[in-house]
Design a protein around this ligand. Structure first.
Ligand code: GTP
Ligand code: MG
Length: 247
């Protein structure tokens, strides 16, 4: 995809069952490459005691302990204690849905690059170096859109946006902080779709990369019917809002 606007580029990375993204604003190109010292890995955590130790250990191992980790937690189990034992910053919050937690998680740290993920061991933390490389590449190169993977809502979103994407709902993405902070977000369950669609439709460089998606540890927090309907509604609403914004 190559729709560009004055504000530059965002990139996104994807995967094979769920996607992953990066958002970069090349209006303000960076000379130095970002490193793991510039990276915050953030997530909502809601009764994930089965998975959180593994997830946080993987992040530490892959980034040499350099990435900052932020968990916005609504748990009644031992999740927050385990997170603190692993050195993560824990923000306590009543459980109010995925997007409310992830919004807080994105806005809590102030490092230049933020990666969102789930705390259920579904996403491969080994992909973090590649995500960071894409952010660095996107900050330095011409905006490009690479398409890989193939999810469900993507077809509808692609039609509405006029740009083909393959996964609108992935929880694993990398963004340039100034991009996510420069846009008003409104969705909750559909936040992942919104965080893809708005930057893409504003001309940011969004890239998809294939990653492996593992079976979840612990129980889902998403109601498949209600959650699916909420995501579909978010996709349609956000796409229409962004189309109207162009006029
Ligand atoms: N703090 C907080 N975290 C939440 C809430 N809802 C979901 N999460 C977390 O957000 C992430 C995504 O939730 P999941 O249950 O994995 O949803 P999903 O990825 O759509 O579905 P599955 O992985 O298939 O179960 C997980 O780390 C959850 O613990 C919430 O209300 N509050
Ligand atoms: Mg999940």
């Amino acid at each position: 995809m190559s729709s560009l606007s004055a504000n530059g580029s965002a990139d996104e990375v994807d995967e094979t069952g769920d996607g992953a993204a990066t958002a970069t604003d090349d209006a303000e190109r960076v000379e130095d490459r970002y490193t793991f010292d510039d990276l915050s890995v953030v997530m909502g955590t809601y009764n994930e005691e089965e998975a959180i130790g593994t997830v946080l250990e993987d992040i530490d191992e892959v980034t040499g302990g350099k990435a900052e980790i932020v968990c916005v937690d609504g748990s009644s189990d031992r999740t927050p204690e385990i997170a603190r034992e692993h050195g993560a910053t824990v923000v306590e919050q009543e459980p109010q849905g995925y997007g409310v937690a992830v919004r807080e998680a994105i806005l809590t740290p102030d490092r230049s690059v933020v990666v969102t993920t789930d705390c259920d061991d579904t996403y491969p933390m080994e992909a973090l170096p590649e995500f960071l490389a894409e952010i660095n590449d996107g900050a330095e190169a011409m905006p490009v859109f690479n398409r890989l993977g193939n999810p469900g809502f993507a077809a509808v979103a692609s039609l509405l946006m006029g740009e083909r994407v393959h996964d609108t709902t992935t929880g694993m993405r990398a963004y340039r902080r100034e991009v996510v902070e420069g846009i008003d977000w409104t969705e909750n369950t559909g936040l992942s779709a919104e965080l893809l669609i708005r930057p893409l439709m504003r001309g940011y460089d969004v890239r998809e990369r294939p990653i492996h998606y593992a079976e979840r540890l612990g129980e889902t927090k998403l109601d498949p019917i209600g959650g699916g309907a909420a995501i579909a509604k978010s996709i349609v609403t956000v796409c229409l809002e962004e189309q109207l914004r162009r006029f």
